[in-house]
Design a protein around this ligand. Structure first.
Ligand code: MRU
Length: 331
């Protein structure tokens, strides 16, 4: 069961918990236009591959409402939601699926059908989280110390989560589990969101700066690394939050198993390898400052890729709703 209602359709609007405000404030946003949704996705009010997929699916309902029966307009609105973030394939997958389902009905029915399909994707996501957690628990010793990077809990999905979902489920089952949480520069998904989720269920953690991960792994304190993914290519290369590749390299050096936990909707078998995965570049301001506090000169030149690609050779296993998989992945 999810502890947070990350995404919901309420009174014909899309309700999101605003993740940019966590952990200080629990604020919910009610969105009624695709422009509002696109802005929310871009500023990461809703984030995490499965969660933006579900939000994008409901965005198709908003796109239908705005189109007033005009199919070209409907497709154009849906496409702008689909393109709002490029790396997580779940967004494109969920928009395409919902658009196709909606268009299979009469124009008067597009919005209702889109809501129906988006709700189905949301419900499926709950079930996928449960199944991934079940498989993930098979690679987790008891007691276990896990290291993770970025937020992959309930906030990143509509369900219980992917990588952090495994940890949360272990805690719920009374297993002894603790976590090294990478803060996840520059937007601090680890420091702000994993801490919030872990505290809600009482799982012990230690927050560390990203640069500490390699020495923590080398010290022998970690049993297993669990991370999520935004897109997994056919050969197993996995795009995830920037810094994940560095964790994988350090895990290999320390001989610590490194698992990627992601639903099948994150696998993009049309791409042969990770070099084909589009990597989002984010605004320089995110690195130069945090919220309103400056962290660098205002004119500092910045390189700010949001994701990196961990080559398959550094990944011990790919945990999906189907089990612990290895490439070549069956379709
Ligand atoms: O930029 P974000 O916060 O959307 O990046 C999220 C990640 O990289 C997650 O690890 C990934 O989406 C998997 S979420 C279950």
């Amino acid at each position: 069961m999810s502890f947070v209602q990350t995404v919901a359709w309420v009174d014909e609007q899309l309700r999101l918990i605003d993740q940019t405000q966590l952990p200080d404030k629990e604020v919910f946003l009610d969105l009624s236009t695709t422009d509002e949704l696109i802005a929310a996705i871009r500023r990461l009010s809703v984030r995490g591959a499965p969660a933006i997929g579900v939000a994008g699916a409901f965005g198709v309902a908003l796109a239908a409402r705005q189109a007033n029966g005009d199919e070209t307009e409907f497709r154009k609105n849906a496409e702008s939601v689909r393109a709002s973030r490029p790396t997580a394939v779940n967004l494109a997958w969920a928009v395409d699926r919902t658009l196709a389902f909606a268009l299979n009905g009469h124009a008067d029915d597009w919005e209702r059908r889109a809501v129906e399909e988006a709700q189905r994707i949301l419900d499926e996501d709950l079930d996928l989280s449960r199944r991934m957690a079940e498989h993930g628990l098979t690679v987790l010793p008891d007691p276990a110390t896990v290291l993770t990077h970025c937020n992959t809990g309930g906030l990143a999905t509509a369900g219980g989560g992917t990588a952090l979902g495994v940890v949360l489920e272990a805690g719920r089952r009374g297993r002894s589990v603790s976590v090294f949480v990478d803060e996840t520069r520059p937007l601090l998904q680890g420091a702000r969101l994993n801490t919030w989720e872990l505290e809600r269920v009482g799982i012990p953690y230690q927050l560390q700066c990203d640069g500490a991960a390699a020495s923590t792994l080398a010290s022998g304190r970690v049993d297993v690394v669990l991370v999520g993914a935004d897109r997994i290519a056919a050969n197993g290369d996995a795009a995830n939050k920037i810094g994940t590749f560095a964790v994988a390299l350090a895990a290999r050096h320390a001989n610590v198993p490194f698992y990627v936990v992601a639903p099948r909707s994150t696998f993009d078998l049309s791409l042969a390898s990770g070099t084909d995965i589009p990597i989002e570049q984010r605004p320089a301001e995110e690195v130069r400052s945090f919220r309103s506090a400056a962290a660098a000169p205002a004119n500092a030149r910045v390189w700010n890729p949001a994701f990196d690609v961990t080559p398959a050779e550094f990944i011990t296993g790919w945990i999906s709703e189907r089990g612990v998989e290895r490439p070549p992945f069956p379709t």
